[in-house]
Design a protein around this ligand. Structure first.
Ligand code: ADP
Ligand code: MG
Length: 267
């Protein structure tokens, strides 16, 4: 199968279908997904639970191989995991017996890229995230929001240019979540990262994304795409929520979600 466009996108999915196989059944998690994400774009995936959002991230990360179709990054077919792609999850997976600094360096160790330079870069990121003061602390001494910031630093320290974020804010209280949204949004923009965020918070998807994809389930497919207009797209997530037109967009996404949720109930 050939790529459709001549200029390679940062991420491209062409007719991606994925089945989970067990000895007794085959389950189609996602079907015929086509998606193009340009360098520096921030896109959001929303949809009912079980519609294949995490599966799609795993396919982009190279953790799963699509049953049919292809995934490309920079025009190269994804074939297993790569340093180029960072993955951040809802759970932070920090080791409580290691200091914050050592948790961050662990990412470098795993990738086999720990040098004086990469350590310095990681410490610079800790500073950017206002975590320098706690670098010798244990994760046990940190709040949920701080722990997620450490997890982000650990991911960014390996200098991936694609970031996959699977509901990274969902375990946090509302205020912390809003602050972290702004911080992650501005950090990723400053470092010119390409990002795919999965969230169940519709307002977060509009506040953070350049585009929002609404998935339907059984099998997981793209039901609709909503392009966020530029004034809202450029604003920090917190300010975006107060923008003219935000409520209209919210209602559009809400309506699309009602359609896919009703369809899911009918199954
Ligand atoms: P979401 O992240 O949107 O909630 P997932 O991608 O986790 O959805 O799952 C999509 C569907 O695939 C669900 O029905 C889920 O039960 C199924 N699924 C996910 N992972 C596996 C697996 N490893 N084996 C079998 N089925 C799976
Ligand atoms: Mg999921």
């Amino acid at each position: 199968m050939k790529q459709i466009s001549s200029t390679p996108a940062k991420i491209e999915l062409g007719h991606v279908t994925h089945l989970y196989l067990s000895t007794t059944r085959a389950f189609m998690a996602v079907q015929d997904i086509n998606l193009r994400v340009e360098e520096g774009e921030f896109i959001c995936l929303v949809g009912p639970s079980g519609c294949g959002k995490t599966t799609l991230l795993s396919l982009i990360a190279g953790l799963e191989k699509p049953t049919a179709g292809k995934v490309w990054i920079d025009g190269r077919k994804v074939n297993g995991t790569s340093r180029q792609v960072g993955y951040m999850l809802q759970q932070d997976y920090l080791f409580n017996w290691r200091s914050i600094e050592d948790n961050v360096f662990l990412g470098l160790d795993i990738q086999g890229i720990r040098t004086k330079e990469t350590e310095e870069y990681a410490l610079h990121l800790l500073d950017e995230m206002e975590l320098s003061d706690v670098r010798k602390f244990s994760p046990l001494q940190l709040s949920g929001g701080m722990r997620q910031r450490v997890a982000l630093v650990r991911t960014l320290a390996c200098q991936p240019d694609v970031l996959l974020l699977d509901e990274p804010f969902s375990a946090l209280d509302y205020q912390t979540k809003l602050k972290l949204e702004d911080l992650i949004f501005s950090t990723l923009r400053r470092h010119k990262k390409t990002a795919v965020l999965v969230t169940h918070d519709l307002s977060e998807s509009i506040a953070m994304g350049d585009r929002v994809y609404i998935f339907s389930r059984n099998p997981g497919r793209i039901n609709s795409e909503i392009v966020v207009p530029s004034p809202i797209r450029e604003a920090l997530p917190f300010d975006a929520r107060n923008h003219d037109g935000f409520q209209d967009l919210f209602h559009r996404v809400w309506k699309e979600m009602e359609v896919v949720s009703d369809a899911a109930k009918g199954n």
